[in-house]
Unconditional design. Structure first.
Length: 479
C-alpha cells in the first residue's frame, strides 16, 4: 500500500468532515459529558448487583440501536475516506464495521431476537458464543482508535495513493477477520475459555478478559491523547467514546451477572459509545453541508458579479443596451434554443429621424437624452424574450423570435408601437424601421441585418416615421 504526503490535503483539510479544529468550548462540552457518564455510572454501582431484571423490550431496542449506530458510522467514515484518502479513516471505518457485524451475529445467536443461530442450525453456537462476541466487539473500537492514533502520529498528513485498491484490500481483511472471529466462537466454541457460567459473568474478570479490554481501552485513549492532543472535533469525541466504553467494561463486571442492574448500565454506556461515533460524524456532515451551501452561495454571487461585469463590458455606456458584439452573442444563444421548432426570427433596424437636427440645434446633451429615451421606449415595448441593442450613433437594432402563426402580427404590433413611442418624444424626433424575416434554423444574422438595413432606407424614402418589411412592400405601413 503506497502513501504520499499531500500539500493540498494539508492546505484544504479543514473542508473535510470531522477534521475541524476543536474549540475550547467543544473540549469543555466533551469533558462535561464524560464526567456526567462517569458520575451516573458510579452512582449506580451500589445497586449494580441486583439481578434477574428481565426487560426484553430494552434488549431488542438496545441491540437494534447499537448495530445501526456502528454500521451507519462505518458508512459515514468510509464517505470521509473517499474524500480525504487517509489511511486513518480506513482504520476507524474497519473498527465500526467489524463491531456492527459482530453485534449482528451476537444478536442472532442471543435471545435478543426470537430465532437463534443454534435453532436455525446455521452455526454450531455454544453457551460461550454470545459472551465472546461481546468481548470481540468491545475490542474493535479501542483497536481501531489505537491504529488511527498511530497512523496520525507516525504518518501525519499522508494519504493513500491508490484509494480504491486500498479500500478493497482493507475490506477483504475485515471480512476475513470477521469470519475468523465468528468461526472461533461457533465452530471452535468448545476450545474457548468459559466466561459465562449460567449467566454469571464474573469469570470475565478472573480469566483476564475484562482487564485486557480495559487495558486496551486505556492504551487507546493514551495513544490518542499523545498522538493528536485531541486537536480536532473527531479526536475529542473519539476520546469520549473510549471513556464510555471503559465504563461499560467496569459496570458489566461489577454487576457480575446477566440481566443485573450493572449489566444494563453497561449496555447503556456501550450504546453511548457507539452513538458518539455516529453523532460526531452526523454533526460534522451537517457542518460540512452548511459550509458547502455557503460556499455555493458565495460562488453563485461571485459568478453573478462576474457575469454582470462581463455584461457591463458589452453594454453601451449611454443607453445600457447591448453593444454590437454583445447583441450578436445574445441572438446566437437565443437562436440555439429555438432551432428545430419552426420559430421565425424578425430583425429590426431602427434609425432615428431628425436626430442630427436635435444635436445641431439643441446640443449633444439633448441628443444623448433622446438616445436614452429611445432605449426606454424599446425596453417598455419589447417582450422579455426580445433583444434590443445599439450599434452606434442613432442606430438601434431589435431581434424577436415568434411562432410562424403569430410572428407577423407580433412584429407589426411591436414595430408600430416603437414608431409611435419614439414620435411621442417630441423635438421633431421620429424613426424609420426596416425588418427582415427568416426561419431560426437558417438565420444568418449578417444577411438579415443587410436586408433590414435596405428596408429601413426604403422606409425613409417613403416618408419616414414608418416601418417596411424587406421583400414585402405590401406590408409597408405608416405608423
Amino acid at each position: 500500500m503506497k502513501f504520499r504526503k499531500s500539500a493540498e490535503w494539508q492546505k484544504d483539510k479543514k473542508w473535510f468532515p470531522s477534521v475541524e479544529e476543536a474549540t475550547i468550548g467543544e473540549r469543555k462540552r466533551a469533558l462535561l459529558f464524560s464526567l456526567a457518564v462517569g458520575l451516573v455510572t458510579i452512582a449506580l454501582i451500589p445497586v449494580s448487583g441486583i439481578e434477574r431484571i428481565n426487560f426484553p423490550e430494552f434488549l431488542a431496542a438496545y441491540q437494534t440501536a447499537i448495530i445501526a449506530a456502528y454500521l451507519i458510522a462505518a458508512y459515514l467514515i468510509f464517505a470521509l475516506y473517499r474524500a480525504n484518502h487517509a489511511l486513518s479513516s480506513l482504520y476507524l471505518c474497519g473498527g465500526c464495521l467489524y463491531a456492527g457485524v459482530v453485534l449482528l451475529a451476537q444478536s442472532a445467536e442471543s435471545l435478543y431476537v426470537p430465532v437463534s443461530l443454534a435453532s436455525l442450525q446455521v452455526l454450531p453456537a455454544g453457551p460461550q458464543t454470545s459472551i465472546w462476541f461481546w468481548v470481540f466487539w468491545h475490542a474493535a473500537l479501542p483497536v481501531s482508535i489505537a491504529l488511527y492514533a498511530l497512523s496520525e502520529w507516525m504518518r501525519p498528513g499522508y494519504i493513500v495513493v491508490r484509494p480504491e485498491r486500498a479500500a478493497v484490500w482493507f475490506g477483504v481483511a475485515i471480512v476475513l477477520l470477521i469470519g475468523a472471529s465468528i468461526a472461533a466462537v461457533t465452530v471452535f466454541h468448545e476450545w474457548m475459555p468459559a466466561l459465562d457460567l449460567g449467566g454469571n459473568i464474573r469469570s470475565m474478570h478472573s480469566k483476564g478478559a475484562v482487564p485486557g479490554l480495559m487495558a486496551l481501552t486505556v492504551t487507546a485513549l493514551l495513544l490518542l491523547w499523545r498522538a493528536t492532543g485531541f486537536h480536532t472535533v473527531l479526536q475529542v469525541w473519539l476520546g469520549v467514546a473510549l471513556v464510555a466504553l471503559l465504563f461499560d467494561n467496569v459496570t458489566s463486571i461489577i454487576g457480575g451477572h446477566r440481566l443485573s442492574v450493572g449489566w444494563y448500565v453497561g449496555r447503556i454506556d456501550g450504546l453511548i459509545s457507539a452513538s458518539v461515533m455516529l453523532l460526531v460524524y452526523l454533526g460534522e456532515i451537517n457542518r460540512a453541508y452548511l459550509k458547502t451551501t455557503n460556499s455555493a452561495r458565495r460562488l453563485a454571487t461571485a459568478n453573478a458579479l462576474l457575469e454582470a461585469k462581463v455584461d457591463l463590458a458589452g453594454l453601451d455606456f449611454l443607453t445600457g443596451l447591448p453593444g454590437r458584439a454583445s447583441f450578436i452573442e445574445r441572438v446566437r444563444l437565443l437562436r440555439a434554443r429555438n432551432i428545430g421548432n419552426g420559430t421565425i426570427v424578425a430583425v429590426l433596424i431602427i434609425d432615428l429621424d431628425g436626430f442630427k437636427k436635435v444635436n445641431d440645434t439643441l446640443g449633444h446633451e439633448q441628443g444623448d437624452k433622446v438616445l436614452v429615451q429611445t432605449a426606454e421606449v424599446l425596453r417598455s415595448t419589447l417582450r422579455d424574450t426580445d433583444i434590443a441593442g445599439r450599434f452606434g450613433g442613432d442606430e438601434f437594432v431589435v431581434c424577436l423570435f415568434a411562432p410562424y402563426s403569430v410572428v407577423q402580427e407580433t412584429m407589426i404590433n411591436i414595430a408600430g408601437r416603437i414608431v409611435a413611442g419614439i414620435r411621442e418624444l417630441g423635438s421633431g424626433i421620429g424613426c424609420s424601421i426596416g425588418i427582415s424575416l427568416c426561419i431560426a434554423d437558417r438565420l444568418n444574422l449578417s444577411s438579415a441585418l443587410q436586408q433590414a438595413d435596405k428596408a429601413m432606407y426604403l422606409a425613409k424614402k417613403h416618408g419616414k416615421n414608418r416601418f417596411v418589411i424587406h421583400g414585402q412592400a405590401q406590408y409597408c405601413e405608416a405608423a
